[in-house]
Design a binder for this molecule. Structure first.
Ligand code: HEM
Length: 557
């Protein structure tokens, strides 16, 4: 029991560390006494809670009464913040996947809506219009930035190109972008070919007529991981799992794999989570510690190699070289170099793996499209020749199949931006009407470019729900007409990395195998699509839930 209260109440007292628990306002309310009783604490909390509730009601009413150019959507909690982001959407709440679940309703009236949370979070504009997208992702001349809290979770390994803004972003871009050139893409292509062969061998599919793959995501995640590991980090890796060292130490490839697999966990939850007695978290922490030390040594080692004239084309080595070539004003420090190597793992692994998995999912229920692709594959590389990087641009139908699946389930599902000053947006009139209007946007307003909304917007796509790779046949390489990698100066730096990998892998796989859905008894392909490809989950990326597929060896060419 605590000391007796000096007031006449005689209740036991507690000591309150005001700075720790209370805001300045709450501290002021406690100013008169440093020793208070439980009933007094409850009264103070009730008062503070009541005050905050009133303030929130006032704010919501104010937004409700203020005329807006955009329809207002009221929701209990803001879907992308705490605690709204903990939920998935249901009839009573809009959770973190709300833009997927309500994709056919949200923009019926207008391509942009004002989302107004009632209980927690701030109002924000959500848009499915690419013209607005161009204005908010417009680079250094834009009055919109990525708000720092939207990518804070990516900073665990150091400042990086994805999280940086303004002059800092330009400094990172100067060092990181030289790595993304033809030498890297050739390496990605050749490694994909090697990994495909390795996979067939190690998985024991070489002499199989039919292969059942219980979870296709496990295969595509491994492909994407090995590509980032070898071409991004420059760590030689094979399909065979790395053996543990004699002292049961964690090999570096294994550490990287665990970090990749637990990245979501560590991005969503704070660092103290590592002390929880949960094996996956402990293993993740161990892997992170192992990699931290290793990467620090690696920077020194790569620097020495670069000075000695080493010409390895992996991203890490080229980045270290570009950094050495910079004047000291523009050089990145070691933690920034490491931050940028890791951003490939966080930005490029899950995204590519999931897009590749859903491409196989869509192809499995569209035999006629597979046949079209196989016809192109045969005419470009024939039945036996190894595909070369020079074939990449000729396999446009294969790339189109990947694009179209990435459109329907866009891994990069929401681009979050914030106005840095009072500004305006030029807003197109509704579909079918010419002209635009100018809408004032106050400083601090969040604008979210909803990639699901954009990819299902009938302004841009006829029959937007149909899987139609032919929309993209013959599209010039890296055209911004395909928007799921974003557009403008902050568009995806790894776009060609991902598309080269996907095109090579799909060309090899489709040449050898017919991809089939694992249908339930009496299930139609449409029902399969509804059950499997509609089961979409949102965490950092957007992805389809795990699903099986079958491969049947092609009999004749
Ligand atoms: C299908 C695969 C991928 C998709 C759909 C995708 C999508 C995106 C999107 C939408 C953005 C813009 C994010 C924003 O502005 O908020 C982005 C940025 C970025 N992506 Fe990707 N990405 C993919 C693969 C990759 C790969 C393989 C890498 C690296 C190897 C990569 C590296 C990056 C980087 C570094 C940025 C930040 C660029 C900057 O801010 O200057 N991505 N990606």
């Amino acid at each position: 029991m605590g000391p007796r209260c000096p007031s006449r109440s005689g209740h036991p007292c507690i000591q309150v560390n005001r700075e720790l628990f209370f805001s300045p306002l709450e501290s002021a309310m406690l100013e008169s006494s440093s020793r208070i009783s439980w009933p007094q604490v409850i009264v103070v909390f009730a008062a503070v809670w009541g005050f905050n509730a009133l303030r929130r009601i006032f704010r919501v009413v104010k937004v409700a009464l203020t005329p807006s150019e955009f329809p207002k959507l009221y929701t209990p909690l803001y879907p992308f913040s705490f605690p709204g982001g903990l939920f998935t959407s249901s009839s009573w709440i809009d959770g973190r996947d709300w833009h997927w679940v309500r994709r056919f309703q949200t923009y019926r009236q207008n391509e942009t809506v004002l989302v107004v949370p009632i209980l927690a979070g701030k109002p924000a504009l959500w848009s499915s219009n690419m013209d607005i997208g161009h204005q908010v992702t417009g680079g250094h001349r834009s009055t919109f930035i990525k708000p720092p809290d939207s990518s804070g979770a990516l900073l665990a390994w150091g400042m990086n190109i994805t999280s940086a803004e303004g002059p800092m972003w330009r400094k990172h871009r100067r060092v990181v972008s030289p790595a993304f050139g033809p030498e890297l893409y050739k390496l990605v292509w050749n490694k994909t070919r090697e990994i495909y062969r390795d996979m067939i061998e190690v998985e024991g599919w070489k002499d199989s007529a039919v292969v059942d793959i219980p979870v296709i995501q496990k295969i595509t995640a491994k492909v994407a991981f090995l590509l980032i590991s070898t071409c991004g980090f420059g760590f030689p890796s094979t399909w065979e799992d790395s053996p543990r060292t004699a002292d049961d130490g964690m090999p570096i490839q294994e550490a990287l794999r665990i970090v990749a697999e637990t990245s979501d966990l560590f991005m969503v939850f704070p660092e103290w989570l590592r002390f929880l007695p949960i094996s996956r978290i402990r293993e993740g922490s161990l892997a992170r510690d192992r990699l931290r030390v290793f990467m620090q040594d690696q920077v020194t080692e790569r620097r020495a190699l670069v000075v000695a004239g080493d010409k390895r084309p992996d991203v890490f080595t080229i980045m270290v070289k570009a950094n050495e070539d910079e004047s000291s004003k523009y050089q990145l420090d070691d933690s920034e170099l490491i931050g940028n190597v890791f951003i490939m793992l966080f930005g490029g692994h899950e995204t590519t793996a999931n897009s590749l998995a859903v491409t196989l999912g869509y192809l499995s229920i569209h035999e006629e499209i597979q046949n079209e692709l196989v016809e192109q594959i045969m005419s470009v590389i024939g039945p036996t020749r190894d595909p070369e990087y020079d074939d990449y641009l000729k396999l446009d139908k294969v790339l189109a199949a990947f694009y179209e699946a990435t459109r329907l389930i866009p891994a990069g599902h929401a681009l979050i931006r914030q106005a840095t000053e009072d500004t305006v947006l030029t807003v197109q009139n509704p579909i079918g009407e010419d002209g635009t209007k100018t809408v004032p946007i106050p400083k601090g307003t969040s604008v979210i470019l909803d990639m699901v909304g954009v990819q299902y917007n009938p302004r841009y796509f006829e029959d937007p729900t149909d899987y139609k790779p032919s929309r993209w046949y013959g599209l010039p390489a890296d055209s911004e007409q395909f928007t799921a990698f974003s557009i403008g100066p902050r568009a995806c730096l790894g776009r060609r990395f991902a598309t080269v990998e996907a095109t090579c892998f799909l060309a090899l796989l489709l040449r050898d195998w017919q991809v089939l859905p694992d249908l339930r008894a009496r299930e139609t392909k449409e029902a399969w699509r509804e059950r499997v490809l509609n089961d979409v989950h949102v965490s950092i990326t957007m992805k389809a839930g795990d699903f099986p597929i079958k491969l049947a060896r092609r009999k004749s060419f």
